[in-house]
Design a protein around this ligand. Structure first.
Ligand SMILES: [Zn+2]
Ligand SMILES: [Zn+2]
Length: 275
């Protein structure tokens, strides 16, 4: 039986004004997490080298980031666990950049996310112009798989919002399901499982009105069937009100599929937390 108490009290994907597309001071996110009764959160700021030109600068000032985070950790000591992470935008030519950053800085968590492919960002409608939506979605999954294969597994911890592209397609997830893209999704799931990497449940999809998280529930069903057990949970909040967004839904979905734990990272070490 599902209870109303929040079963997941750690948000492993959120942004602050250290990300180019976010104006929220980190302290506001922390205050919100405390108000919700959370145990912790992990900031995962955008680092997207070679992102296509846009109004946002998707690169982190790492020295300023780590120094501000250590002040905040001091200030909130004993009240909230504060993780310092990165959401790295993977691309086929960037595995070495990811590996170098993962060794250089003392991250708690590294999310590998595919945001850009072939020099374009599907966030913009131009990505879909003149092409079949299905071809675009297939390409996204194919490039994601090929790129992940190139990345050293020790350079990241979890795969961010695996079906991110369905947030932005002309018909969004109307014609999308796990089954209809199984041939493209299964290899990604198998790769994560073989390498002991987590699959992220990103509740941003619910915020975007998809009626599903990213990836959708059936992808988690399949992940479990294939033997996957490691799941991180994040809201992808850019504003305080979305921190921990629909974590009740996330917990219920995972529990119904037989997951009993979610994974939290500290200094890149995984800890299983009972839901
Ligand atoms: Zn992302
Ligand atoms: Zn994000």
């Amino acid at each position: 039986m599902f209870s109303n108490t929040m079963n997941i009290r750690f948000d492993s994907h959120l942004h602050s004004d250290f990300s180019g597309d976010c104006d929220t001071p980190a302290a506001q996110m922390i205050e919100r997490a405390i108000a919700l009764g959370f145990d912790g959160l992990c900031f995962t700021e955008h680092e997207d080298p070679d992102a296509p030109p846009s109004e946002c600068d998707f690169s982190i000032d790492f020295d300023r980031y780590f120094s501000r985070m250590s002040e905040l950790r001091e200030q909130y000591r004993g009240r909230l666990q504060i993780g310092v992470g990165m959401e790295f935008g993977i691309q086929p030519h960037l595995p070495e950049t990811l590996a170098r950053l993962s060794r250089k800085y003392p991250f708690d968590l590294i999310i590998a996310s595919l945001h850009n492919l072939n020099g374009m960002d599907p966030y913009y409608p131009s990505y879909f112009e003149g092409r079949r939506e299905r071809d675009c979605y297939e390409e996204f999954f194919r490039v994601q798989y090929e790129t992940l294969k190139l990345c050293d597994p020790s350079s990241f911890d979890t795969l961010g919002h695996m079906d991110y592209i369905v947030r932005y397609g002309p018909n969004r997830n109307k014609y999308y399901s796990y089954e209809s893209y199984a041939d493209f999704i299964d290899p990604i799931l198998r790769l994560l499982i073989e390498n002991g990497k987590c699959l992220e449940l990103n509740t941003g999809g619910l915020k975007y009105g998809l009626g599903e998280p990213n990836p959708c529930g059936d992808v988690f069903r399949r992940y479990r069937e294939l033997g996957g057990e490691l799941v991180t949970v994040g809201s992808d909040a850019h504003e305080p009100e979305y921190l921990g967004y629909r974590f009740d839904y996330a917990a219920e979905l995972l529990q119904n599929l037989g997951f009993r734990y979610y994974t939290v990272f500290e200094r890149r070490n995984a800890r299983q937390v009972r839901m």
